[in-house]
Design a protein around this ligand. Sequence first.
Ligand code: FE2
Ligand code: FE2
Length: 474
Amino acid sequence: MNISTGDKIPNNVDLAGDKVLQRALEQWQPEFLNWWADMGPEGSRTNDVYLRTAVSVEPSGWAHFDYVKMPDYRWGIFLTPIDGGRKVNFGDHKGEAAWQDVPGEHRANLRRIIVTQGDTEPASVEQQRHLGLTCPSLYDLRNLFQVNVEEGRHLWAMVYLLHRYFGRDGREEAEALLQRRSGDPDNPRILGAFNERTPDWLAFFMFTYFTDRDGKFQLCALAESGFDPLARTTRFMLTEEAHHMFVGESGVGRVIQRTCEVMAQHKTDDPARVRALGVIDLPTIQRYLNFHFSVTIDLFGADVSSNAATFYSSGLKGRFEETRHGDDHLLRDATYPVLQVLDGHLQVVQAPALNALNEKLRDDYIKDSIAGVSRWNRIIQKAGIAFELTVPHKAFNRKIGPLAGVKIAPDGRLVSQEEWAARESGWLASESDREFVASLMGRIATPGAYANWIAPPAVGINKQPVNFDYVRFG
Ligand SMILES: [Fe+2]
Ligand SMILES: [Fe+2]
């Protein structure tokens, strides 16, 4: 497939061959850049940042690293190559050739799926826009900016589909994607977690670990879509997503490592003393984890959902690793366990599998999340500290679905409103936790220097040293 990197909009979709589309996207481009200027990383316009830019879809060399000023970043449109023999692999259309165009009957649902995915991309840039002002190192600042520009490219990926396949309403949706604002009471982003604040770097690392991982699972489900352009674009987005989750996992890991070093050095596990030593105590890290995990698993939607069933049966959104499932890929008679509150406690009941697909994706996500948490625990164990981070019960602190109506402790116990109110600040990051973490945040912008509350990374980016000047200030 031809790559046009010299074009105004780098792409491998032959934009030059469709002048109307090209013109429409070239009109959207300055609006995107205005949005970036307003809502992108604060105080960063003149910085030269050592960034990765997607330049092709070849697994061996898809990215190019160099210094770039972010407003000049080459946001491109890249889809993995067409596999001519690809089929719809699930649902009522199973066995048909994958669609290269939008089937009329599924148009509205498909547009809704694409808009919902697209909306998360600029939302996270907005949520993270102040973080550069308090970066713990140039290495971390660069990683923040890398995540931000790639979320911008993911927005481009969805806007391309809207413009290319959805005509006038697609163009209107593309405009609206630049108008909604994270946390704006009048015109918020579509999904709850994307309207929460990301006020400090511990929140950022938790967000990229947990919430970007939701992105991974959503993209994996869309990569199975019978609508081939959506499958191909999400496949390529997943290539970039891996780094975002790495930033989260290694970021939290480095915070834990530094805390453990200080605890061991001063022979203390008293949170107040640990805080006084200028690092983040492990119980606070646990409370941040509880918050980000519970807010993120809500993103998968209601446990039992007729939309989920429709999206699957129509061939629009598959399961995680759909083709690896050994069943009929129709799920008409299958069941799947979901949680309900019966007789004062949580019980597992069987729901129709088609309607429980959100729950299934959530369960797959939870399995994946737990793996990284065990790796964090290994850091604590190695330091000889008796403390274990845990992932809260999936019914804890839910705001969506039937579990939203009850109060569940992190261990899965149904608790009274009174107990919840009395213990909430021990379970979820409180205002005073956030104030303490905020008090540690200060800008460190000298090559090789790292804030006291975080360990330096083991290795740098793209084989550069950890004291490399990842960002140069203009
Ligand atoms: Fe993204
Ligand atoms: Fe991401």
